[in-house]
Design a protein around this ligand. Structure first.
Ligand SMILES: [Zn+2]
Ligand SMILES: [Zn+2]
Ligand SMILES: [Zn+2]
Length: 278
């Protein structure tokens, strides 16, 4: 299994769109891995976690074949995870030729689907010229898409909608994608444990970075708490790769400063373009 981190910032990006704070200026000056776009990741070459407006930039920057993607899993409707308007550019009548895959299965919660229908004028389960089929994803109702078994999980985030995290397995390896969420609900640990889901890689929300965390996001103080609970539930162990991701400029530490701090805690720090094979 391979994950490519395409965007590793929180909603505002880093440097943030209109921000001139000390931490944005520091990232701007340092450049390289300190520059972060909005949240998206690619599993192998055919599954995307989220579809923010930076998707277009991610495709160009990493020279990716997005037409080969057969599944898109949307976590929730926040702008750094979901910008549906660009998806109609998959329309093979005008904008997209020689598609590698003629279909794309799209999964999201009720609010995501509502916005998707407005943007693409589609009805659920009805493929059209975009080759898109829209599916409602619900927590703890697993489904199969291509070679992947997907377990949607309840996220502690955006409580006005049914925000989701995902566990995805290809039969050999499993990734636990925890974006966005605060401390996990007990029923997440219970579900993962009861279904014998063992993660080879866990991608942790670390929005708060060096600030005290709370609410719908994690930070350096709470990622180890979640990791410990996952270990107690038998979901992860010493062999599991732990990665932190989704960073806000308010969290102070730019990438170069964060890497050694995270390493001390046993976490890899993601950056835009980072590839991990596991
Ligand atoms: Zn986010
Ligand atoms: Zn800033
Ligand atoms: Zn969010």
């Amino acid at each position: 299994m391979k994950i490519t981190y395409l965007g590793t910032a929180a909603a505002e990006g880093w440097p943030a769109l209109f921000c001139r704070c000390e931490y944005c200026m520091k990232a701007m000056k340092a450049g390289g891995r300190n520059i972060r776009t909005r949240s998206q990741a690619m599993l192998n070459d055919d599954l995307l976690f989220d579809f923010p407006s930076d998707s277009f930039h991610h495709m160009q920057q990493n020279r990716l074949d997005f037409s080969a993607v057969t599944a898109v899993l949307i976590t929730h409707s926040h702008l750094d995870h979901f910008a549906p308007d660009d998806l109609h550019l998959r329309n093979s009548a005008y904008y997209a030729h020689n598609l590698t895959s003629d279909h794309l299965e799209f999964y999201g919660n009720e609010r995501v689907i509502e916005r998707m229908q407005t943007a693409c004028r589609l009805r659920p389960e009805e493929p059209n010229a975009d080759g898109l089929t829209i599916h409602l994803a619900k927590a703890y109702e697993p489904f199969q898409t291509g070679k992947y078994t997907v377990h949607p999980l309840r996220a502690f985030h955006a409580l006005e909608e049914n925000a989701l995290n995902y566990a995805v397995s290809d039969g050999e390896k499993t990734i636990l994608y925890l974006h966005d969420t605060g401390l996990l609900y007990d029923d997440v640990y219970e579900y993962l444990g009861a279904n014998h889901i063992r993660a080879d890689l866990v991608s942790y929300d670390c929005t708060y970075v060096a600030l005290p965390s709370g609410g719908g996001h994690l930070g350096l103080d709470s990622c180890p708490v979640v990791r410990k609970r996952l270990e107690e539930a038998g979901v992860s162990d010493g062999k599991t790769i732990s990665v932190i991701n989704h960073f806000s400029h308010n969290g102070k530490l730019i990438h170069d400063e964060l890497v050694p701090v995270a390493e001390e805690l046993g976490f890899l720090t993601s950056y835009d373009g980072m590839v991990i094979e596991f």
